[in-house]
Write a new protein. Structure first.
Length: 217
């Protein structure tokens, strides 16, 4: 009787399990459509490849998400808040957003979508409603800011000392946008630049971080 080497069997078994996982869809797990659902860590492991595709697609026009370079990044332990939604006929997730818990609440780190009109609309709608809640905040560039501020009236953090304390990162405060363009949002005097993923990015801080920790200090 001929036995296969144990290492080969383990590798083959691992490949089978990986293939089986990749075939499991969002709807196989949750069985719902047009509803945002929280994603647990074990569910994220199963859907990580799909989530990576959604994030890549959403950030492709700006050269990619600065902190998502592989599927392994989707599984980061500190990114512990995930929601996803299936908004079309197929059984896969079409839109996702994710963040992390901090002493100031939940910071939105990013989002993803499949490029469809429904998915893009749901992505912005979810972020807009999310940022109206206490303890929710995000750093934004000018394009998302225009929608989030004008359509959802999302709050702007205007004090540079609070911005620096909440981010806990070195920032260069500009006031008006350093590109020197005229009109909203460039005239808003609340822009700053900081390093994100080793790249200088100009942002504005939106939302309602919980400032109790700063008051206690």
């Amino acid at each position: 009787m001929k036995f296969e080497p144990l290492k080969s069997w383990v590798v083959e078994k691992g490949q089978e399990e990986k293939s089986a996982k990749s075939e499991i869809t969002f709807n196989d797990i949750f069985g719902v459509k047009n509803k945002w659902v929280p994603i647990a860590k074990n569910e994220r492991e199963i859907l990580a490849d799909k989530f990576r595709q959604l994030v890549d697609h959403a950030y492709e026009p700006v050269g990619g998400h600065l902190k998502v370079n592989s599927t392994a990044d989707i599984l980061r332990d500190d990114w512990d808040v995930w929601y996803a939604n299936d908004v079309d006929e197929d059984p896969d997730a079409d839109v996702v957003f994710f963040g992390k818990r901090t002493p100031f609440g939940v910071k939105l780190i990013g989002a993803g979508h499949d490029g469809s009109r429904n998915a893009r609309r749901e992505s912005m709608l979810k972020r807009g409603h999310f940022l109206l809640g206490k303890g929710a905040y995000m750093e934004s560039s000018h394009q998302p800011y225009m929608i989030l501020s004008n359509k959802y009236n999302v709050n702007i953090i205007k004090d540079p000392k609070i911005v620096q304390a909440v981010l806990n990162k070195p920032i260069q405060w500009h006031g008006k946008h350093p590109e020197g363009k005229v009109g909203d949002p460039y005239d808003k005097p609340y822009w700053y630049t900081r390093q994100i993923g080793g790249v200088p990015k100009t942002k504005i801080l939106l939302g309602n971080p919980i400032l109790d920790a700063l008051i206690k200090k």
